[in-house]
Design a protein around this ligand. Sequence first.
Ligand SMILES: [Zn+2]
Length: 355
Amino acid sequence: MNESDSRAGELARLFEESLSRYQAALAEATSESALRVVHARYAGKEGEIRKRLADALKAAPGPDKRAVGQAGNTALQKAEELFGSRLVDLHEQKRQADLQRRLDVTIPGRPHRLGGLHLLTQVRLELEGIFAELGFQVATGPQVETDFHNFEALAMPKDHPARDMQDTFYLRSHDPSHDPLVLRTHTSPVQIRTMLQQKPPVRIISPGKVYRKDDDPTHSPMFQQIEGLCVDEGVTMADLKGTLLYFVQRFFGPGIGLRLRPSFFPFTEPSAEVDIECFFCKRSGCRTCKGSGYIEILGCGMVDPEVFRHVGYDSEKYSGFAFGTGLERMTMLRYGISDLRLFFAGDARFTEQFR
Ligand SMILES: [Zn+2]
């Protein structure tokens, strides 16, 4: 055996050794990506077999290079075949596993639980709809208000006693020279903002969350108001009463009458409380109406000229009415709900009754 033959034998042994380790590594790889990593490590550009081939070519004398190259190519070809067949095996395994997976199409599905609007949202939308029939548009505003919009412009200066009835939450301002900020105590600031932005005629309702320092079964520190404002030439108290009667009969039921009782609000003059005939007892007296036959539902009045002065309306030319009520109160009355806190507790046993 000459020197050249023994070198060829040595090289073939080296390739065989690489290939057998390569094959073992392929057998251990169980995914296509793992397979490709193994392939790169042995048969790739920087792989072991190519490296061994390059080294052998460098070391072989001229006449032997051809034979070395051939042996290397044979080894690389073998490596490709091993890789290809292992890849086919792996795909076949996966396909078989898929075929064996059992799917019972007769098992009943899991139904999606359908959500619904909260009762308060339903009632708010209904109220908005009723007033839309009379041409009122919905207006909204910020819940954090300036003292000016919440009190001052509504004829409640800093020392006004009416502020006591609406004690609220104050926010610390970054700028002490800034008008103090409060969580609004009513949605009336929306009326001010609307009037500052547009000239009469104005016909809006403003629903929204408001805040006061109250907390008991019929009062919550957060509740929702819905207020209305109508300003135009020649608006009278008769328009106010007609609007409210329309609302009451659409919301509580046909034929229900109402009465106005003189009252006081800082931003209306004259002011009135509105009672509706008790629809539980038809005025014969019951627990809900405390035997009086009437239920108080809202406050209202003719807009005070002082309010018009703050927003730059000519009170000689224009007049208007405003009213406001609590969304929770309206809802509790109509559905006979006794505890305000049920609205906010998030108990599905309660909320699901009003789908
Ligand atoms: Zn009654």
